[in-house]
Ligand binder design. Structure first.
Ligand SMILES: C[S@@+](CC[C@H](N)C(=O)[O-])C[C@H]1O[C@@H](n2cnc3c(N)ncnc32)[C@H](O)[C@@H]1O
Length: 210
């Protein structure tokens, strides 16, 4: 059976209205600043940027950033935010699932938040992102730690309940990344069975050798 990928266009206009999404992006940005060796004045790409919550939290560290998504509605919001902030270093790129629109550009820093668990096939995407790193470039990925399937309020179209960060670390190592690290950047608490249940959000990173 072919997996149908969730369409985030309908969610774009109200995406930032959930404070937990805003807080999650702020905490991931804080963890990136605290732990990840982002090259100075990086030329960057955010994969699956949504409305750019993470990108606009990191903007002062980035010389250029391409915000990439498969949902045009999300990119419309990114463009509006960039125009309002005068953030001329932010550009957007609409891509399809074959990732061919990524082209041959290479980046100092590639990052992504809460995207991997929506991908029907993660490994080809990881391979493509690692290939788009310049020598010495850094990849940082945050996502929901593999859970018991109860995180999503509307699980229709969600491909995986979460990602095992230990698996992800090994996958990145197999792809040649070095100087890897792992931390828990945030925890989302949701009401489940009458009580608060915490869902950890990991941040994993690694660098391409020089
Ligand atoms: C859960 S949202 C997270 C958005 C944003 N990163 C954030 O933290 O608020 C997942 C995003 O990944 C995008 N996405 C999913 N699969 C993708 C793919 N194959 N290529 C590019 N973007 C993708 C979706 O369109 C959506 O905007």
């Amino acid at each position: 059976m072919e997996l149908k990928v969730k369409d985030f266009n309908p969610a774009a206009a109200t995406w930032d209205e959930k404070p937990r999404r805003v807080q999650l992006a702020a905490d991931v940005a804080k963890a990136i600043r605290g732990y990840v060796p982002v090259p100075p004045r990086a030329e960057a790409m955010e994969f699956g940027c949504g409305t750019g919550l993470l990108t606009f939290n990191l903007i002062d560290m980035l010389a250029q950033v391409v915000a990439v998504d498969r949902a045009e509605g999300m990119l419309t919001i990114v463009k509006k935010k960039a125009a309002t902030l005068g953030a001329t270093q932010v550009t957007t790129k609409l891509i399809a699932d074959d990732l061919s629109a990524l082209g041959t550009e290479e980046y100092d820093f590639i990052y992504s938040n809460m995207v991997l668990h929506h991908l029907p096939a993660i490994e080809p995407v990881l391979e493509r992102l690692v290939a788009a790193l310049k020598p010495g470039g850094v990849l940082a990925l945050s996502d929901l730690e593999d859970d018991d399937g109860t995180f999503h309020d509307k699980p229709e179209g969600v491909v995986q309940s979460g990602i095992k960060s230990s698996w992800l670390m090994k996958a990145l190592e197999r792809l040649g990344l070095i100087n890897q690290g792992h931390t828990v950047a945030h925890s989302i608490v949701k009401q489940r069975a009458g009580e608060g249940k915490a869902y950890p959000i990991f941040l994993v990173w690694g660098a391409r050798a020089q």
